[in-house]
Design a protein. Sequence first.
Length: 387
Amino acid sequence: MDLSYILNELGEDRATYFNAVAPPIIQSSNFACRTVAEMRFMLQHEAEVHFYSRGNNPTVSMLEQKVAALEGTEHAIAFGSGIAAVAAAVLSQVKAGDHVVCIKKPYTWTNKLMRYFLPRFGVEVTMVDGTDARNFDLASKENTVLYYLESPNSFTFELQDIARVTSYAKGRNICTIIDNSFASPLFQNPAAMGVDLVVHSATKYIGGHSDAMGGIVCGTRERINRIFEAEFMTLGAVLSPHDAWLLLRGLRTLPLRMERVAKTTRQVVAYLQQRDEVAEIIWPFLPEHPQYYLAKKQMRNNTGQFTIRLAAESLEEVERFCDSLQHFLMAASWGGYESLIFPVAASYRDGNFRSSMPFTLIRFYIGLEDPEYLIKDLEQAFTKMKR
Ligand SMILES: *Cc1c(COP(=O)(O)O)cnc(C)c1O
């Protein structure tokens, strides 16, 4: 399917809404039936029809069709947040007595789900270094039902060789789930590498304007309908029609934004490479990165996140650098129009680091600003860092 067709037309039926170019926000919880027979049909096919908006809503369905097409899967199901999508996908695969193999250091709340939440319900989780695909195989047991991937993963961006991990999974009849938020549905398509369920935080690149939250799970119609009937309908983490509409609007410009972010990020990284204040740049798209060839193989392009290790001797130096930035905002998340930093130093509390990572690490996200504007900001902050 053509990318332009997916983004501009797929799932849109303009003749049914006055030929409006922008889709309507169908802000309705309920959809009425004319006859008992029709209602009976609706109740029996709730996953496929518009009957009640905790199930399906027409504006939300448009988003689901487009993201499924971008990921090359049959179907998708949208949630009110990325972590709701992660949790529903994971819960859909496990029961008490099962075993899961998950990468070390996934997204914060995925980590909570794996380490604290699943064990409460009798699901055992082994966390492995995913940079060596064999670790998934080695950690597998008789009762392993799920491999959970995030490639590249949050903050330090370790990759997994997706095709190798799924080949181990297929041999053992194990389901694979990947959090593909980092790469966006444009720059990596894990379903083509054998992954069963592909999850996105739509809050990030898909929305792209830092004004809406959402999540989405992509997979076969059978797997997605199973999630619909169980985790989706019972946990009820629905996406509102209005937020779906904002995410649809974000999708229209996804290719433009991704190209811009990719290019500006390369320019900013090239600048940072020349600075003595930067001891290390953690980014899989630098030729000296140990997983550079894997990144080139399974991703189409770089995105806007990377992490630097400042050559700082003290917490004060890190703070002075971060506090001096005038155009980079200090915030969580990424994927919007605005450039951001997330310093590990912010997790320093009561004289202790709650994080196992060094306090000199700062995660960057490069947004849509002019590269020179960002570089000038970095330049002035570096001069204030050492004082
Ligand atoms: C932000 C994020 C999530 C969670 O998404 P929300 O929309 O914030 O719930 C999950 N995974 C990754 C990799 C993320 O960056």
